[in-house]
Design a protein around this ligand. Structure first.
Ligand SMILES: *[C@@H]1O[C@H](CO)[C@@H](O)[C@H](O)[C@H]1NC(C)=O
Ligand SMILES: *[C@@H]1O[C@H](CO)[C@@H](O)[C@H](O)[C@H]1NC(C)=O
Ligand SMILES: *[C@@H]1O[C@H](CO)[C@@H](O)[C@H](O)[C@H]1NC(C)=O
Ligand SMILES: *[C@@H]1O[C@H](CO)[C@@H](O)[C@H](O)[C@H]1NC(C)=O
Length: 226
């Protein structure tokens, strides 16, 4: 009886530690994937030039991923989303993201940088995490700060058909079904890629399979995802 009890404990211990090991392995990335897209919501007054500066890219690169959406690059339509390309890296071996270099402008606050400059693709907490500056004091104009935006490289256990992902911030009124329907993908697939996302909370970040410059879904390759 004693021996049985002991054996049970050993099995339980082994079981628990393997779960622990799994979650440990899953939370650590070893590499990124060249490309991700950020879904940037255009508020009135936004222009491509400043957006390309915030996102450390150029207007031509943005245009490539928004054929048919951006008709006039000098005056981009408001209340639409555009996809902005950036490289998705494994940061500190911890998570997939990109650290943008942002030059502080007058009247900036961390809140304004997160919600307006980066269209809620990041949060105040997530910006502060990667900056040595004091939490409540925004650094001087023209100094640079790190702004980190998360990304995804896909998941071979879900599908090998999707190897490019859009980091997408939910807006008020958007749901799992509405986002899936706009993307013309099933809600099940969308849920699989976002198992922990709360689709009822405004500004939740989700990852949606994205299309390349030619409008195709690039498949997962061995160099992207795992
Ligand atoms: C970001 O979220 C805040 C709070 O919900 C909202 O007021 C703001 O308009 C959002 N920014 C954009 C670009 O939609
Ligand atoms: C980015 O990902 C990390 C690790 O999963 C998470 O802790 C963090 O809250 C995420 N940031 C945002 C803005 O969602
Ligand atoms: C931005 O991140 C880099 C790399 O992690 C770090 O060396 C630098 O000090 C950070 N910048 C600020 C303003 O904290
Ligand atoms: C910030 O840089 C811009 C462009 O280089 C310059 O015109 C402006 O005077 C600078 N502002 C401050 C406060 O240094």
């Amino acid at each position: 009886m004693l021996e049985l009890n002991m054996r049970f404990r050993l099995v339980a211990l082994f079981f628990l530690s393997s779960i622990h090991l799994c979650s440990l392995v899953q939370s650590i990335c070893s590499r990124g994937c060249g490309l991700a897209l950020g879904s940037y919501y255009i508020s009135p007054g936004n222009e491509l030039d400043p957006i390309s500066q915030y996102m450390n890219t150029n207007i031509n690169s943005i245009l490539q991923y928004n054929r048919g959406t951006i008709t006039n690059q000098d005056s981009v339509q408001s209340f639409i989303r555009i996809n902005v390309p950036f490289s998705c890296e494994c940061i500190n071996g911890d998570f997939l993201g990109h650290m943008f270099s942002y030059t502080v402008r007058s009247q900036d606050t961390y809140g304004l940088i997160a919600s307006e400059r980066y269209a809620n693709l990041t949060t105040v907490e997530w910006i502060q995490r990667f900056n040595s500056h004091p939490v409540n004091r925004i650094p001087d104009v023209n100094t640079t700060i790190n702004v980190t935006v998360n990304c995804s490289c896909g998941d071979s256990s879900i599908s090998k058909d999707y190897g490019l992902f859009v980091t997408y911030t939910l807006r008020s009124g958007e749901t799992l079904d509405s986002v899936s329907s706009v993307a013309k993908l099933s809600s099940n697939l969308m849920r699989s890629y976002n198992p922990d996302a709360n689709f009822d909370v405004v500004n939740s970040l989700i990852y949606i399979p994205g299309r390349d410059e030619n409008g195709n879904y690039p498949p997962l390759t061995t160099s992207s995802g795992d």
